[in-house]
Each structure stands twice: as C-alpha cells, then as structure tokens.
Design a protein around this ligand. Sequence first.
Ligand code: UDP
Length: 379
Amino acid sequence: MRILTIVGARPQFIKAATVSRVIRSDYPHDLREIIVHTGQHFDQSMSKVFFDDLEIPVPHYNLGIAGGGHGAMTGRMLEALEKVVLAEKPDWVLVYGDTNSTLAGALAAAKLHIPIVHVEAGLRSFNMNMPEEVNRILADRVSSLLFCPTEAAVKNLAKEGMKNGVFNFGDVMYDAALFYAERARSESLVLQKHAIHLGEFALATCHRAENTDDPHRLKEIATALGLISEKMQVVFPLHPRTGRILRERGFLSLLKNVRLLEPLPFLDMVALEQAAKIILTDSGGVQKEAFFYGVPCITMRNETEWVETLEMGVNQLCGADAERIWCAFQDLTSMDFSQCKKSSGTAHKSGFPYGGGQAAKSILKTIHNFSNSGAVASN
Ligand code: UDP
C-alpha cells in the first residue's frame, strides 16, 4: 500500500513525525510512505530543524512553493501536486490540519479520485474569515477517512452531514506531547542558554493572520506582553511573519523588556512549555500543549477550536485586548495549578478529551483495514 503524505507547515511536521514513526515501526513492509513537502514553511528554523530533530524521513519531493496570496499559493501547489499524484499513483493521500498545503493536497487527490485521509478533521472555529476554517471545511468535505482529535470535532462533522469514515482516536499532537516531553526536559538546553528560570516566566507565541495582519490587534498584543514583562520575564519566540510585521509597524519598542527569540526547534519549545508559569498564544498547537502539560494559558483569539481546554478554566479566551489579557494574566498567575500539572502530561485520565496518546497507531490500523477490505467511505 502506498500513502502519499503532504505537509508544508510547522504543525504538520510535528503531526507527520508521529504518524510516520508508526508507519516505519509497525508497517515496514506493508506500507510505503512518499512524503511531499510543499515548501509553505521553508526557513531552516521553521522546517529543516523539525525534519532533523523529529527524525522525519527526507521528503521525496520538495515543491518549493511559498509566499504570494492564498489563492496563488494554493493554485501553484494544486498544479504541482497533481503531477506528483499522477506520477506516484498512491492508494491514499494523507493531509493534516488546515493550511493551504492541506487544501491543495486534498483537492489534487479528489480531482484524481484518490481517497483522502484527513488527520485533524472536524475542527471548526465558526469564523469563515480565517483561512484555516475555509481550508479545513473543504478538506473534510472531500475526504474519505476523517480522523477527528475530539468528540466535539465528530459532532461538528455530523452536523454537516458527515458520518461515514469518521473516527475519533484522540489527537496525534497528544501522542507527540507524550513522546517528546521527557526527551525535551533532558536534552534541551534552552533554559540555560537564555538564562530562563524554571516556573518564573511567561511563554508567548503569535502568528495567526487575524492578529498579525490587523495593526490594532497586533498592537494590543504587543502592549499586553510589554505590560506583563514588567512583572515577569516574557519569552517570545517570533514566527518570521510576526517578526517582520512588528518591525515594519514599529511595535518592537512595546516589547523592549520581552525576550525575543528566533522560532524554536520543537524540543526547545516543549521544554519551555513545560517550564513556563503561564503561556500566551494564538496557536492551536500551543494551546493544547499548555493543557497537556498543565500550564495555564491565555488564548489571544476570539474563539478556539479546542473548546475542551476552556472547560476547566485553565485556558481563557481574551481576544486581542490588552486589558483582558492583563486581567487574565493576574487571575491565572494567582491560582494554584500544581494539582493540574501533576495529573496531566503523562497519565491518560478518564474523561481526558484528547485520547490516550496512541492516536497514530489507531489511525494507521484503520487505514490498513480499509485498504484490505477495499471499502472506501463517502459522505
Ligand atoms: N512550535 C515550535 N517552535 C516555536 C513555536 C511553536 O516548535 O517557536 C510548535 C509548538 O510547540 C506546536 C506547533 O509548533 O507544536 C504549533 O505550530 P503553530 O503555532 O505554527 O501552528 P498552529 O498549531 O496554530 O496551527
């Protein structure tokens, strides 16, 4: 059986690393994976370092497609991916998440009648202004196997009439969080390298277009991080786009006490997440990792796809509003989350919403079974 995996962006490398490892360990003879990197994220720090550190096989194809408008980027990917799919004739095309690479990969396969596996299916923010929302809805619609990370995602698909081929084995990001937690703690030197003190700093990330491309929102976020940095060390690994826009808009002065870093390798990021007192982010992956590692989180968005993280009060939605972010910071840093920290991370608790850390194994078993039975679902 041949699976063509399409990745292009940082969070997809992390998810693909987890699934790819299981392909190599559990199906060394039955399953051949052909990896295509679209090139969407291309910097050394956003791409190569993940392939190296997470031991993802070198992609068979690197399409080198990045930049330009969403339409142009997706269109160029679609054209290039069609050629790859035609040449490789895979049994399945596997796409992850919600980026332009996801949509282009799903469309290329759908037009050539190759069944599609969507990992991280069913998530919805209900905000169609987000490029990610458009990508994920369209990718779900043409997929044959939809692997949801949560029950909420299963319900979202059911409401849209998609019930066939829908499974929830948990979140492959939780598999990754468990797999790399200890390795990050023992191998990463990021705390020492930057003189960051365990449990005494706030970790921030910001990269969503809704924040970076809106000067008012970006300024509010920079103001909030600046305010917090007067109380506590703030460590902010900068996504390349965010760094460029902060510079262009002259907002870097608001962050004068904030420790700005280059984008971090995954193990360093996981080490910092586990060591942080609090996390502020607009990232989907980082919100969840905060939850997995029992660290309180402020989400600098108006909505989240990861609604489960809100339920226990450890994640607060604050929009891009400096005052709300500041209030949530005071609120969350005054609470005692030590119990939450102790019970999270490594143990699968009953009622834990992201599965048991074995999602990738179950996903591959299901693909394998479907291939053998010859039955492919359609909605
Ligand atoms: N991440 C990383 N280095 C960084 C920032 C984030 O390794 O400097 C990881 C993070 O731990 C998470 C993933 O990248 O696993 C999240 O990716 P991103 O925030 O780009 O995308 P999203 O999850 O919002 O789709």
